[in-house]
Design a protein around this ligand. Structure first.
Ligand code: AMP
Length: 403
């Protein structure tokens, strides 16, 4: 029997998201999520997408990742999609930080795991959970290839001029301080899909991708290769996000420590969890912010303006980096759904060949689509991202069993 299924696992510190795909037609067989692992109120939500099964949801204590994966395995088995099936070709894992070493998806070995472990100091929130996810999956199916697909890999093509901070080189190298970028799987997928939407090869296109979700990042992609991205050593740099500040003067940290009496951990929490839209107006959901603006709320309006101002600065900067831009693609929760954000981000940029057609922009759809008027020199597109499909494709391309 040909093994054509890939299980994609996205293991967070207290959650596991999963999708089972059949790579013959890239269809989803099942999707689900385990949340609040380690708490009394863990929750498992499982949706079979084949065989007419019903969505199932239950709350029960799930102690750790091993228990979570076992529970997922039991749900899949109940649908006839068990992880012991010979049709399963591989498990693809989202791994947040691959440093400089991992420029492509990689079959997990002991050495690979050790290197992901060595990167924990630059990704303390994410890599440990990713490692746990891989180890747990290995224990469940030791015979199966486990593939790590790195969020940073797409950005490893950035030139040194973009990847280096202008700080002492020896210190930077000693502590691996440089710009790595994140959301790479999404930027890779969306830049390629944008070329497809325009009937062009990625090699012939310069694209600015704006991944605007709760986390947000921009990238400049020349001929299919990333040349610049807005996240840096960590996912804190760059755009205004749901709860992260994005760019600030680094001296804000010294100031808050020396003058504000805050500890480094407190400043870390402030900038990562209590800043961005939530810090500015108390809400990080763009739907809620738009609703408040419609009711005349000034804090929400200012938060929106700051968000758009930063976005526009990055569009301009990446336009200059690329020299010629063929398309701008909006993606992720905000980018795919918030028409006012897309409209405001390109407003006033007609001199750069950028415009949005009001009617096209207002259309709600799950499909990739153009929202620029025909006369515009630069195509503006909405391209739904699909990181799980991209991870599954990259995994299958590496280990797919053609026999
Ligand atoms: P993501 O991280 O890609 O899942 O994006 C999540 C964010 O997308 C939410 O926090 C909202 O701000 C935003 N979002 C989702 N749906 C909508 C919508 N219909 N309109 C505006 N923003 C939305």
């Amino acid at each position: 029997m040909t093994a054509t299924r890939v299980l994609v696992l996205n293991s967070g510190s207290s959650s596991v998201k999963y999708q089972l795909l059949d790579m013959r037609d890239s269809s989803r067989l099942a999707v689900g999520l385990v949340e609040r692992i380690g708490e009394e109120t863990s929750r498992l939500k499982h949706t079979p997408l084949t065989g007419g099964g019903e969505e199932r949801e239950r709350e029960e204590p799930i102690a750790d990742h091993e228990a979570a994966l076992k529970a997922v395995s039991a749900e899949l088995t109940a649908d006839g999609l068990g992880l012991d099936s010979p049709e399963l070709a591989a498990i693809g894992h989202r791994v947040v930080h691959g440093g400089l070493k991992f420029t492509a998806p990689t079959v997990v070995t002991d050495e690979v795991l050790a290197e992901i472990q060595r990167l924990v100091p630059v990704a303390p929130l994410h890599n440990p959970a990713n490692i746990t996810g891989i180890r747990t999956a290995q224990a469940l199916r030791p015979d199966l290839p486990q593939v790590a697909v790195f969020d940073t890999a797409f950005h490893t093509t950035m030139p040194e001029s973009a990847a280096r901070y202008a700080i002492d080189v020896a210190t930077a190298d000693q502590h691996r301080v440089r710009r790595y970028g994140f959301h790479g799987t999404s930027h890779a997928y969306v830049s390629r899909e944008t070329a497809g939407l325009l009937g062009k090869a990625p090699e012939d296109m310069n694209v600015i991708v704006l991944h605007l979700g709760n986390g947000a990042s921009a990238s400049a992609v020349r001929g299919g290769r990333c040349v610049e991205t807005s996240m840096g050593l960590t996912p804190l740099e760059g755009l205004v996000m749901g709860t992260r500040s994005g760019d600030v003067d680094p001296a804000v940290v010294f100031h808050l420590a020396r003058v504000g009496g805050m500890s480094i951990d407190e400043v870390d929490t402030l900038l990562n969890k209590k800043s961005g839209l939530v810090g500015l107006c108390g809400d990080n959901d763009m739907r809620e912010i738009r609703r408040r603006i419609d009711e005349g709320d000034e804090a929400a309006a200012l938060a929106f303006d700051i968000y758009i101002h930063r976005l526009k600065k990055y569009i301009g900067a990446y336009y200059a980096v690329l020299g010629r831009v063929d398309a701008i693609a909006f993606t992720a929760g905000v980018g795919e759904n918030a028409a006012p954000v897309r409209e405001a981000a390109v407003a006033g940029l007609e001199e750069l060949g950028l415009a949005v057609d009001g009617e096209l922009n207002a259309v709600r759809s799950d499909e990739a689509r153009l929202i620029s008027p025909e006369y515009a020199r630069v195509a503006v597109a909405v391209v739904p991202t699909d990181e799980e499909l991209e991870i599954a494709r990259q995994t299958y391309a590496l280990v797919g069993n053609p026999s």
